[in-house]
Design a protein around this ligand. Sequence first.
Ligand code: 5CA
Ligand code: ZN
Length: 413
Amino acid sequence: MNSWSSVDIPALVTGGELPALRLSDTASQSVKAVEKKAAYRMYVCGITPYDSTHLGHAATYLTFDLINRYLRASGSTVNYVQNITDIDDPLLERAIRDGVDWKDLAHQQIDLFRGDMVALRVIPPAHYIGAVEAIPLVVEAVNALASQESIYPVDSDLYFAVNKDPQFGKRSHLSTKEMTTIFSERGGDPSRAGKQSPLDCLVWMSQRPNEPGWESSLGVGRPGWHIECTAIALKYLAPLDTEVTLIDIQGGGSDLIFPHHEMCAAQAHVMTGKELAGSYVHTGMIGLDGEKMSKSKGNLVFVSRLVAAGVDPMAIRWALMSTHYRVDRMWSDDVLSKAQNEISVVEKALKMSDVAPTAQLVQQIAEAISNDLDTPAAIAAVLSWSQETMNGSNGGDVTQLRNTLDALLGLTL
Ligand code: 5CA
Ligand code: ZN
């Protein structure tokens, strides 16, 4: 699948090395330093394309964009991979509801998503891979799991036995009861007859009447959800034997902690004997009117609609960064108008012929981002610099600041 167009990022001049990045890691339940390296591997779970990018998706991809930008600004490369769940039950259900072909629906939504990501200046993944195009990889991954005796049939479907991973449950920290409840809420089938354990997950679903299926050595069918991400991550991030974990960062919203990321980690562990990620990073949920914004609830605010209505995408970026990524938070018109007002103050300051000193501000922004992506602190520092500039302070280098806002925060103001 084509990714979206690349983003120009200016070089950052800080006068020194950037502080090491520290990130919240769900598995260790701590803020962990990301080991300094020349090359990183990051996998972020992509959209299921049946409703265009809402602000929840945008917030999640912006968060990982901040990580991507920071690691690059530190002088490293980042192999960034994202999937598209372009075949799954919710997509088929929506296509039937709306009387459209599921492939057309997916393509149209993926195009909208790409447009939104370009507008928000999100660095594109190096590999943007759909589940359908990944079917040969999924088959390979199921075979690798089968060779570890962790695959069994139920009717003509195939399941992964989670107890083959001694670490199962260690990344998400839930009781069996909690796991079972959440599993059934998020696409799982704990009570299906014939399963060895209620939490075992489907890896290959045989073709159902009036549904698409693909020929494979596993029979005619389609991939289960979790194995799609496991297979894509392991193939396109090409883990090295010399590294302790397969990849550096596995990411997505907190709604993916269980079952999705636990299942991916368990499958990867059984396949390779190694832990999937050094850090499991999860973003809080964006809500509207007191509830999580979700396609199934329909309480969505779309990036494309805001942009079509004339909202500056940089204001959306600023608004989403004005609160911390791990916190569940509400979107509202007030959040947006506050961001618009703040941006107009910063823009005014940036246009002054003399600006307040910038070297310390650049350090403050870098330190804030290194501290588990503390964007509210970075924004507060920029606002206080703007105030000082408006009060007549001078001696700063506006180009240095513009480059920092762009390189680290993705803001062109
Ligand atoms: N295709 C799967 C992942 S493999 C999926 O979860 N798709 S999604 O379209 O439902 O979500 C795409 C990404 O946005 C996921 O990382 C998800 O965790 C995140 N996300 C979904 N809803 C919200 C929300 N309300 N707030 C923040 N992030 C969200
Ligand atoms: Zn995923």
